[in-house]
Write a protein of this length. Structure first.
Length: 359
């Protein structure tokens, strides 16, 4: 995976057709999208399941393939500001944040324009737009010159994919086309910021761009709404929070592996042990030799505490451990701050717990 190379021919059992980074492959991948097809695409955050955002029929297929409820809106990816302006009513905040962080892992929620099908926005009067910086996806966006609706390329509620093999494993024959851009650089989903309410910018999903960076650019403190919304929101009533502008992706259980996952400081791990259970243990930082020689099935997110390395490898490790069929995965919370806070938020969602319950 991650190589260039030419597209493989589908055999009669309908395997997924994989496109590399060569010009001919990109042209074919762009053609799939122009004809209303679905293409899994790399981004710098996680892989996405993309379709022409103005083609309602194609976007409906995304929801079907993912098993995603129609109440959960999609992010639309564009390659320039003109593309964003075509879909959303732009404002000064959007201008400042786009200048500071685009292309990059930041999604802006803005009042939508008529042209965006309401299926894409789940009936909301806002649309989420993002200009990704993954070089291969940028080339594709420019080549096809279409806005691309793309949620993370995982079955609804499952872990996001950070490698092409995660996407292939999850969807099998349901997915006809995949653009192989190798492993995703960041490994956590974009920050989602709601700029649709006058005077109240709010982070709906924490991510690689931190709230303090956003506040500094806007010159106003951005609200971080995820925790209060999670407390106030149930899976059934995602359309009725206090702002009337929900982020349905805040459903309680999300980003989960199939194996039960418990977030627990290392010193409490023994409380979960039992002679009949096979337990995988994930420390944040590589344990010392003495510790490693005492325990089996030990894993870690970083060698030396580097938060980018931890974020980059988190979902990949959970995907691997999930396929090894442990009875339980124990994971130590990341140190709070920066990407550590985002990792902990995703872990709390994977276990269905609120962030303050994981320490
Ligand atoms: O990094 C990412 O954002 C990846 C890559 C593929 O770009 N995409 C992604 O998409 O994570 P998805 O669909 O898995 O998550 C999108 C989040 C969801 O929580 C969704 O509810 C929220 O964005 N969202 C989308 N449109 C919205 C809107 N109009 N208002 C509020 N939240 C919205
Ligand atoms: Mg997702």
């Amino acid at each position: 995976m991650g190589s260039t190379g030419t597209a493989k021919k589908p055999n009669k059992n309908r395997v997924t057709r994989i496109y590399g980074s060569g010009a001919q492959d990109l042209a074919q991948a762009a053609d799939v999208l122009a004809r209303g097809g679905i293409l899994a695409v790399p981004t710098e955050t996680v892989y996405g399941l993309a379709a022409h955002a103005l083609d309602e029929k194609a976007c409906r297929r995304i929801f079907e393939i993912k098993g995603r409820p129609l109440i959960d809106p999609l992010i639309v990816h564009i390659h320039d500001l003109a593309g964003a302006n075509r879909l959303a009513h732009w404002n000064e905040w959007a201008d400042s944040l786009a200048k500071a962080f685009w292309p990059g892992p930041l999604t802006l929620v803005l009042p939508k324009k008529e042209i965006v099908p309401s299926l894409v926005t789940a009936g909301l009067d806002t649309v989420a737009v993002r200009m990704p910086h993954h070089p291969l996806l940028r080339k594709l966006l420019i080549m096809c010159n279409l806005p691309l609706a793309a949620p993370s390329a995982n079955p609804f509620g499952y872990l996001s994919p950070t490698r092409p093999e995660h996407v292939l494993k999850s969807f099998g024959q349901k997915l006809e086309h995949l653009l192989d851009g190798g492993p995703c650089q960041i490994g956590l989903e974009s920050t989602v910021v709601d700029l649709s309410q006058p005077h109240r910018p709010a982070v709906l999903r924490p991510g690689p761009v931190g709230p303090e960076d956003i506040s500094e650019i806007l010159g106003i403190e951005v609200l971080v709404e995820t925790e209060s919304r999670m407390a106030a929101t149930t899976d059934e009533k995602v359309h009725s929070d206090t702002r009337g502008k929900p982020s349905p992706g805040l459903l309680h259980k999300h980003y989960s592996p199939g194996t039960p996952l418990v977030v627990l400081p290392c010193q409490d791990w023994t409380s979960q042990e039992s002679p009949t259970k096979r337990i995988a243990k994930i420390a944040y930082r590589k344990p010392d030799q003495a510790e490693l020689s005492r325990s089996s099935d030990m894993f870690w997110l970083t060698e030396d505490g580097d938060e980018q390395q931890a974020a980059h490898g988190l979902y990949d490790l959970l995907h691997k451990l999930d396929s090894l069929k442990f009875d339980l995965i124990l994971i130590e919370p990341a140190p709070e701050g920066g990407l550590g806070t985002v990792i902990n938020e995703r872990l709390s969602r994977a276990t269905g717990l609120k962030p303050d319950t994981i320490g």
